[in-house]
Design a protein around this ligand. Structure first.
Ligand SMILES: [Zn+2]
Ligand SMILES: [Zn+2]
Length: 113
C-alpha cells in the first residue's frame, strides 16, 4: 500500500549526512549534522537569505533558526530555537502560523489524491 508520510519527523535522512543517513533526526543542533534543506528528515523550511539562514518548526511546533554556511548548506551546530530574547522573536508567531497553515494545507492536498 502506498504510504503518505504526514511529516518530515517520520522520515529517515536520505541526504547522505554522516550522522543521520538512513535514520530519523531527533536533534537539530547535532555538531556532526550536514543535512541539506532537501533532506527527507528536514521539516518544512523557509529559506531566508535576508537573515542569512533558514527557519523551520521542530517536532513540538517551536520555530528554529539555522544559519547558512554556503549555498545549500547549514551550520547545524548553531541551530537554535527562536524564543524570548532571540533577535527574530518578534516575527516568530507570524512565521510559525504560516508554516503550520502551509503544512496543514499540503496535507489536505495529499490526502485528497
Ligand atoms: Zn544530519
Ligand atoms: Zn539528512
Amino acid at each position: 500500500m502506498y504510504h503518505v508520510y504526514r511529516s518530515a519527523y517520520d522520515r529517515a535522512c536520505d541526504c547522505h549526512c554522516p550522522t543521520h543517513h538512513g535514520q530519523p533526526r531527533f536533534a537539530y543542533n547535532d555538531p556532526g549534522c550536514h543535512c541539506l534543506a532537501t533532506c527527507a528528515s528536514q521539516p518544512m523550511t523557509v529559506l531566508a537569505p535576508q537573515i542569512g539562514g533558514a527557519l523551520f518548526l521542530n517536532y513540538h511546533g517551536t520555530l528554529w533558526f539555522v544559519p547558512g554556511l554556503q549555498p545549500g548548506h547549514w551550520d547545524w551546530r548553531y541551530a537554535t530555537p527562536v524564543d524570548l530574547g532571540h533577535p527574530l522573536a518578534d516575527a516568530a508567531d507570524l512565521i510559525e502560523q504560516l508554516l503550520r497553515d502551509t503544512h496543514e494545507g499540503l496535507l489536505l492536498l495529499i490526502h485528497r489524491v
